[in-house]
Ligand binder design. Structure first.
Ligand code: F6R
Length: 243
């Protein structure tokens, strides 16, 4: 089942996405949320913070697992995804710090850290609602275009396109880490529900390739066509090329 919501603008997309996350938290207060970073989810996180501050949404039993993290960045680095999650969500809601999980980007042994991360997701019983964005190249998490769909959390070499896209957030392109850890497709595909959020016309071609084309690891997000319960919430310009 794919359910598509087309919003007029970023505000509408953020609100609809927040409503879907809030429904999950309301119906299952101890749910496991899979979460993304990036520009797209910021408005959704702001809305969730607002509802939490108003006393309308309780995160005290919610658990979270983030999709990915840069290799080599300390959690205190202002471009690490742990830092992003603290400043854009976790520091402003009543979630317990020990309930939040982000891959350990600064681990001495990144491969062992990836294995530990899969164990954490498994021990939590898997993900109830996985929120994802999409890269301009069709990546999901940091599963970059490739020849296979890796199942487990793994270390990836970021593509030049992703490094370019992310360099806007660093002082210079040279400072963008070249590697990241990312969940593989197994926990994403095993999540009970997946919510993809997409904003802006620069994502329209990626959305088209992912959902109007063949399922191929060259467009990693295309595997979501096989998910039994997928919501796509996008701005109308992002969805414009969807046939
Ligand atoms: C981030 C992530 C990435 C982003 C994607 C879109 O945790 O997993 O796949 O969702 O790169 O990023 P934005 O939202 O910045 O366009």
């Amino acid at each position: 089942m794919i359910k598509i919501y087309c919003a007029d603008d970023y505000k509408g997309m953020s609100r609809k996405a927040a409503e879907i996350v809030a429904s999950e938290v309301t119906l299952k207060p101890d749910c496991v949320l899979g979460l993304p970073t990036g520009s797209t989810p910021v408005g959704m996180y702001q809305q969730l913070i607002e509802w939490n501050k108003a006393g309308d949404l309780d995160f005290s039993e919610v658990k979270t697992c983030n999709l990915d993290e840069y290799v080599g960045l300390d959690p205190t680095h202002d471009q690490s995804y742990r830092y992003f999650m603290q400043s854009n969500l976790f520091d402003h809601i009543n979630i317990k710090p020990e309930h939040t999980h982000v891959p350990e980007g600064n681990a001495a042994d990144p491969d062992a850290a990836c294995k530990r991360y899969d164990d954490i997701i498994r021990d939590l019983g898997g993900i109830d609602l996985q929120v994802v964005g999409i890269g301009r190249n069709g990546h999901v998490g940091f599963n970059e275009p490739s020849t296979s769909f890796p199942a487990d959390t793994h270390v990836v070499d970021l593509t030049e396109d992703t490094i370019d896209a992310n360099s806007r957030l660093f002082a210079s392109r040279d400072e963008v880490p070249k590697r990241a850890m990312t969940m593989g497709v197994r926990p994403i595909m095993q999540a009970k529900r997946v919510l993809m959020i997409v904003n802006g016309e620069n994502k329209a071609a990626a959305v088209k390739a992912a959902f109007s084309g063949p399922i191929t690891p060259e467009v990693p997000a295309s595997i979501l066509q096989l998910h039994p319960c997928l919501y796509i919430v996008g701005t109308k310009d992002a969805m414009a090329q969807l046939g």
